[in-house]
Design a protein around this ligand. Structure first.
Ligand code: SF4
Length: 237
């Protein structure tokens, strides 16, 4: 059955008429997205992507905007190529990804597996990252799971913005570098994605001296360098 003979397209066109009238953007989901690494870039996924490209074109012809859903689970070495394929087949329509999760053996840590894949995807052209929580594949996320997932996803997106040289994306990182050099802790909290957690860790393991942290104490390399540059005695004993 060709695309034109498929009755689905008649229904889709009717939906497009409504979307156009009310200026609705459609999210074209991918039911065949990879559900484990073994599914990554399989025929089902690519075949569906071709259909999503057709739907994108059809929607644009009716003046309806779309965004397209992407993987899922995927080995790291396939992610960048998938982003390029999507951009080609869907003609640059915004692509949003669920992770992608880059290994299947870290239940409880899938906010991290997803952030690794999300950073690569975003740096390679994904327009939007869906967050994944530590509870993925295990349970309904609670509030803390959601916080962990959103923060991990924000880190991935921010890292990608830096790699893509988005104007001013690195400003806070540069300010953080300066704040670390001068031990300006308030400034460090201001630059942090999650200042509460950062503050709590420092306060829980407070150092003897403000101009260091409890990792190296008096052997703090930054402290020693500041003292050397100021011509001060470096007391490490
Ligand atoms: S004590 Fe060590 S880890 Fe902490 S700020 Fe200084 S050099 Fe860095």
């Amino acid at each position: 059955m060709t695309g034109e003979e498929n009755p689905f397209y008649e229904y889709f066109d009717e939906i497009l008429e409504i979307c156009r009238e009310y200026d609705v953007t459609i999210s074209l989901g991918d039911a065949c997205r990879p559900g484990c690494l073994a599914d990554g870039s399989d025929v089902c996924q690519i075949e569906e992507l071709v259909r999503l490209g057709e739907l994108t074109k059809r929607a644009w012809e009716k003046d309806v905007q779309v965004m397209v859903e992407g993987p899922g689970h995927m080995p790291m070495d396939q992610i960048a190529a998938n982003m390029k394929i999507q951009q080609t087949i869907c003609m640059g329509a915004p692509f949003y990804v669920l992770g992608p999760i880059v290994t299947d053996i870290a239940p409880g840590y899938d906010h991290i597996t997803a952030a690794i894949g999300g950073a690569i995807a975003a740096a390679s052209g994904a327009a939007f990252l869906c967050y994944v929580t530590p509870a993925e594949h295990l349970a309904l996320p609670n509030v803390d799971d959601v916080k962990q997932g959103i923060i991990a996803s924000r880190i991935a997106a921010h890292a990608a913005d830096i790699a893509k040289k988005v104007p001013h994306a690195r400003d806070l990182d540069d300010a953080m570098g300066d704040a670390r050099r001068t031990f300006d802790w308030e400034k460090q909290w201001e630059c942090s994605i999650d200042p509460e957690t950062a503050k709590q860790i420092r306060n829980d393991r407070a150092p003897e001296h403000e101009d260091s942290c409890s990792m190296c104490g008096k052997f703090c390399a930054v402290r020693s360098m500041n003292k050397a540059l100021n011509g001060e005695y470096i007391d490490i004993l």
